[in-house]
Design a protein around this ligand. Structure first.
Ligand code: SF4
Ligand code: FES
Length: 350
């Protein structure tokens, strides 16, 4: 089947979605995707970031589709013509979706571990505005301890549900999901059970924002101060490929993640032992530097060469209501919370 996106044509197999066809073409025509994840079955259709305009339905029925379509869940038809980056209507819609996603998202990038590799930051950079029209109170959630390895910041969650699909498809016992509905919808564990399955750490890698972060890396460094290297080890966990990216600061491994491609999706999933327990250089065979997109802040690694940057957080960045500032600074949050009545020490692994 032939499909044309922004004037570029490609032959695809039946069953290919518009987003997949765009990724085959590559470059600017690829729509942003915050919830679709090619390695997770059933992902997509939640965030509406990937909207495109179908100006010709197919050769058999050339009528345009009246509404913008979510490209990650819309199949290609023979002769279909699609406008992505070239369409003003699409650009406007992406701006609107970005604005909606940011309505409840806190402006805590300066202290968020995901900063520098956050898909929402990238989306905002491309389609966001520096002002907000939102004057209502932001929706906030009480902190919840979901176990020894993963930090949940529900205020940052965009409800893409990728982490739920990881739990469904990679672990044998899902203990978390989307609870409540509408404005109250939130990611939570059932009766505050800890997420400690051997593959649960992959939720951190698939989370497009900083809602799920690595407790063993928490506040240790900014990602652009680390040097990422491809590394592997003989992993004995069934299902783990043992191929990772290790993030080093000098001779120290500060973080271990899956290897991510240009769409920020992991190439293969890894187990929690590789991710959380193997922080010694001798645990790994280091293959060489990991390459990122040219304009990625991680690739720059220039920040270490600049003069000391002074950010007056209170005055300039965390403008907003006093209660937000209190939650964002997290000064009063006790991370040694109770799970099922037992005190959990969040500093310990396992
Ligand atoms: S916690 Fe992250 S991965 Fe899970 S639904 Fe929220 S944004 Fe998506
Ligand atoms: S990526 Fe298509 S709806 Fe989210």
């Amino acid at each position: 089947m032939k499909v044309t996106i922004d004037g570029q044509s490609i032959e695809v197999e039946p069953g290919t979605t518009i987003l997949q066809a765009a990724r085959m073409i590559g470059g600017d025509v690829v729509p942003p995707a915050m919830c679709y994840y090619s390695k997770l079955k059933g992902s997509g259709g939640k965030c509406r970031c990937c909207l495109v305009e179908v100006s010709k339905g197919s050769e058999a029925d050339p009528r345009p589709m009246p509404k913008l379509m979510a490209s990650c869940v819309t199949g290609c038809m023979d002769g279909m013509e699609v406008n992505s980056k070239s369409s003003e209507r699409v650009t406007e819609a992406r701006k609107a979706v970005t604005e909606f996603l940011l309505i409840n998202h806190p402006l805590d990038c300066p202290i968020c571990d995901q900063a520098g590799e956050c898909d929402l930051q990238n989306l905002s950079f491309e389609h966001g505005k520096s002002q907000t029209r939102y004057i209502e109170e932001k929706r906030t959630f009480e902190p919840e301890n979901i176990g020894p390895n993963i930090q949940l910041h529900m205020n940052r969650c965009i409800l893409c549900q990728r982490c739920v699909q990881v739990a469904d498809q990679l672990t044998d016992n899902r203990v978390h999901g989307v609870l409540d509905r509408g404005d109250h919808a939130n990611i939570s564990t059932c009766i505050s059970k800890a997420i400690d399955n051997e593959f649960s750490g992959n939720m951190i890698d698939v989370c497009p924002v900083g809602a799920l972060t690595d407790k063993t890396f928490r506040f240790k460094s900014r990602v652009w101060f680390n040097k990422p290297y491809n590394a592997h080890r003989e992993c004995t966990t069934p299902g783990c490929c043992g191929k990772t990216t290790v993030w080093m600061f000098g001779g120290e491994i500060q973080r271990v993640t899956g290897r991510k491609d240009i769409y920020h999706e992991v190439e293969e999933f890894i187990c929690n032992t590789c991710r959380f327990d193997k922080k010694d250089v001798n645990d790994w065979v280091i293959e060489g530097p990991r390459v990122f997109e040219k304009d990625s802040v991680i690739n720059q690694n220039n920040y270490t060469k600049t003069e000391k940057v002074i950010i007056n957080t209170e005055e300039n960045i965390l403008l907003g209501r006093a209660q937000d500032r209190k939650k964002i600074s997290m000064a009063e949050i006790d991370y040694n919370e109770k799970i099922d009545g037992n005190l959990i020490d969040s500093n310990k692994n396992g």
